[in-house]
Design a protein around this ligand. Structure first.
Ligand SMILES: [Zn+2]
Length: 73
C-alpha cells in the first residue's frame, strides 16, 4: 500500500530540520568527503546528514557493542 519510512529516513527528517539552524557554510564531510551546505557536528567532526544519521544509528543501535558511555568533549 504505502511506503514505510525507515529508521534512517525518520532520523534524516529531523536532522535536516536541526541542520537548518546551522550556519550556511559549506564543509566537507569527514566521513564520505562530500561537500555539503548542511552538516552536523559529532565528536568534533563535521558529517553530512547522511553520515550523521548512520553514525547516530550505529552508536545507538542494539548490536551489542560495548559502549563506553557518552564521551563529552
Ligand atoms: Zn558524509
Amino acid at each position: 500500500m504505502g511506503e514505510e519510512e525507515t529508521e534512517l529516513e525518520r532520523r534524516r527528517r529531523w536532522i535536516e530540520r536541526a541542520a537548518a539552524k546551522t550556519r550556511p557554510k559549506t564543509v566537507r564531510c569527514a566521513k564520505c568527503g562530500k561537500e555539503v551546505d548542511e552538516f552536523m557536528e559529532i565528536a568534533g567532526r563535521s558529517l553530512c546528514l547522511d553520515c550523521y544519521a548512520i553514525e547516530e544509528m550505529g552508536e545507538g543501535s542494539a548490536m551489542g557493542m560495548p559502549g563506553e558511555g557518552s564521551g563529552g568533549g
